[in-house]
Design a protein around this ligand. Sequence first.
Ligand code: G1P
Length: 289
Amino acid sequence: MKAVIPAAGMGTRLLPATKAQPKEMLPVVDKPTIQYVVEEAVDSGVTDIIIITGRGKRAIEDHFDRSLELEQRLEKSGDDQELREIQRIASMADIFYIRQKEQLGLGHAVLCAKKHLGDEPFAVMLGDDIVVNDRPCLSQLLKVHERTGSSVVGVESVPKSMVSRYGVIAGEKQGEDLYRVTDLVEKPTPETAPSDLAIIGRYVFEPQILDCLEKTGPGMNGEYQLTDAMRALCTDRDLYGLKFTGRRFDIGGKGDWIRATIELALERGDLASELRRSLGQLLERDGEG
Ligand code: G1P
């Protein structure tokens, strides 16, 4: 199984931080966002990864490449732990890069990988969504795919007021956390949303999605939308929505990015007590003010 990670978007919700650096490289605690996504793929058993990049995204390639100069320096200074970590990052997966030459939307970005996907199922993982859980989100989706032989998308209940940020599914409940998708709408208004089940950035697709993508014209904002192709897919094939287990952060937005950094730092043995103290002081000062 291969995973496609679209990472060509401009990151306008995070400006000015993303003016000259990819949003996928913004750190959450001390790791770039995209490293969490690649690690989730690897932890789910996927080591063949295609990252769709674009202009200004070179830092992603550099991050997963070896840095011999840095390795030599860490070796000399005896920073063995750092050295091992730097080497691990460069060797954890086989990563291939494809450039999306024009920003024509998520559907178009996925289609850029078509030649390299063959006639096999594949995963799509959005480069700015992080899901934290002992059992990786992608492996939860892969399990459903294995059982059903059909495409699966990760979904999460969101407040109705927030549906317009997402693709939203309509579905028939098939079990505790599983839905058979009957319709999908990209970024509906709260009034027109078919449910509160938002698509998050994890998908496992049967190869037929690529035909649907090719046949789907531009949609919302004039972009080729993955959601529209999924809508076509579910008219003659099963598509499932899985309410996955885990905490999801949308790093493409400022609020979630800050929340992710704080939450994940509070779980780190080396950072938690100092951060807890600082946060306590800040809240106390806030309360007084
Ligand atoms: C994309 C998809 C949308 C999905 C969302 C998840 O939107 O088009 O269907 O719900 O990712 O993060 P974007 O965040 O690129 O606007």
